[in-house]
Design a protein around this ligand. Structure first.
Ligand code: AMP
Ligand code: GLY
Length: 426
């Protein structure tokens, strides 16, 4: 089989490595891939958003199965385009992807179908939003409607911060067209849990839960990032809570999407907050999370491609999806300055340490330069993932591997998994 994976980050590297295990796979093409994916797949220099070129390549190469991993091409209809060519795909069509690409759509869906989420109001102009925010309770959460690289969420502590947020989103259009509408939300509290789930639109199978670490610095301080590390499973997500989420959130969501004529097929990501009133949805993503995938897929015992094909063919109910009981930890090594400005093109070296052989280095922002040397090419550069019987061991192993990586300006958080370990102890 010829498989094509769209995207070029750590998530895609984890997907490529998992697909590669299937003996039926002859070639994996990654569009565009990166410096590390190049060791596991054939990288093709076509951008993830270049839908026409992706479609032409898929047709020319007679691709048997495509996986569209990032949010942008999903929202732009990459799956619709590939399906029109008769190419089987893993990922939602554009109508279903709106569950992530429009926060207004997602919030209205949850309201209509009684799915627990923060109370909210939607505004289409700055003046009305500000009039509402003058009388709002603080903190208040302000979100740009569309995709904004995870940066379109502002937690305002008072009216003046809210005014600044509305100015930058709606007036200065810092996130472009994403800012033509905003959602103003009630501020929720509680531990956050990420749950990725396979769904074919009828059946939903949750994967092992995980915990992201979104802030740049230790102790959950500093600016928001795409994610500085993850652990799986998430100790706050007990069996009881999982059963409750299935009944009140997961199944109602896929039924709601089907009822709206937008059946969701692919990986549906539930960003949950376990509030004192029960689990609530913070956000939906229409795709695998990054870096959640880098801890979830290494714990998947079943064959990923087989599960993906079952999702595409609507046969998930009869397909086995099994996870190991172990734990996983991913520590992201980032470029100095990320998520702000950072330099690229720094030579990456790996010490000849046994620790590196006990972990997997998922490449995110790397490339091979003209001499074939591995250099940095992004904010998040590498994710070092280790699995073990216990979370404490997985964390220890992932850190030993992270210490063996070096490039100028490299930094990583020192406390990935600390909160999860404390929750285990407590
Ligand atoms: P999102 O991009 O929707 O995942 O939001 C980014 C982060 O903002 C989340 O991971 C939460 O930590 C925080 N957040 C979003 N919505 C709320 C809310 N209603 N209450 C409290 N925190 C929130
Ligand atoms: N790690 C969060 C996300 O993938 O959106």
């Amino acid at each position: 089989m010829k498989v094509m994976v769209i995207g070029g980050g750590g998530r895609e590297h984890a997907i490529v490595k998992a697909i590669k295990k299937n003996p039926k796979v002859e070639t994996i093409y990654a569009l565009p891939g990166n410096g590390g994916i190049a060791a596991d797949a054939v990288c093709v220099p076509i951008g993830a958003k270049d839908i026409e070129k992706i479609a032409a390549f898929a047709k020319e190469q007679a691709i048997d199965f495509a996986v569209v991993a990032p949010d942008d091409p999903l929202a732009m209809g990459a799956v619709d385009r590939l399906h029109a060519l008769g190419i089987p795909c893993f990922g939602p069509d554009a109508k279903a992807a709106e569950i992530e690409s429009s926060k207004v759509f997602a919030k209205n869906l949850m309201r209509k179908y009684g799915i627990p989420t923060a109370a909210y109001a939607v505004f289409e102009d700055a003046e009305t939003a500000l009039a509402y925010l003058r009388g709002a309770r603080y903190p208040s959460v302000i979100k740009a409607d569309g995709l904004a690289l995870g940066k379109g969420v502002i937690i305002a502590q008072n009216y003046s911060e809210a005014e600044e947020a509305i100015d930058s989103i709606m007036r200065a259009r810092k996130f472009g067209e994403s800012g033509s509408r905003v959602v103003v939300e009630e501020y929720l509290t509680g531990p956050e849990v990420s749950v990725l789930a396979f769904t074919d639109g009828k059946t939903l199978v949750p994967m092992v839960s995980s915990m992201d670490h979104k802030r740049a610095l230790d102790g959950d301080r500093g600016p928001n990032t795409g994610g500085m590390g993850t652990v799986a499973s998430n100790p706050y997500y007990t069996k009881e809570i999982a059963a409750e989420c299935m009944e009140t959130i997961f199944l109602p969501t896929i039924r709601a999407m089907a009822a709206e004529g937008r059946p969701f097929r692919g990986c549906l990501y539930f960003g949950l907050m376990l509030t004192p009133e029960g689990p609530k949805v913070i956000e939906y993503n229409c795709r695998f999370g990054d870096p959640e995938t880098q801890v979830v897929l290494p714990l998947l015992k079943s064959d990923l491609l087989t599960v993906m094909q079952a999702v595409e063919e609507g046969r998930l109910a009869e397909t086995e999806v099994e996870f190991s009981d172990g734990a996983a930890c991913c520590v992201v090594v980032a470029s100095g300055g990320y998520p702000g400005k950072y330099e690229s093109g720094k030579a990456i070296s790996f010490a000849d340490a046994p620790a590196l052989r006990e972990a997997t280095a998922y490449h995110a922002g790397t490339k091979l330069d003209e001499n074939g040397a591995l250099v940095t090419a992004g904010g998040r550069v590498l994710g070092l993932t280790a699995t073990a019987a216990t979370l404490a061991e997985a964390v220890e192993k992932a850190y030993r591997a992270a210490e063996a990586v070096s490039f100028e300006g490299a930094y990583y958080r020192k406390d990935i998994g600390a909160r999860a370990l404390a929750a285990h102890a407590g």
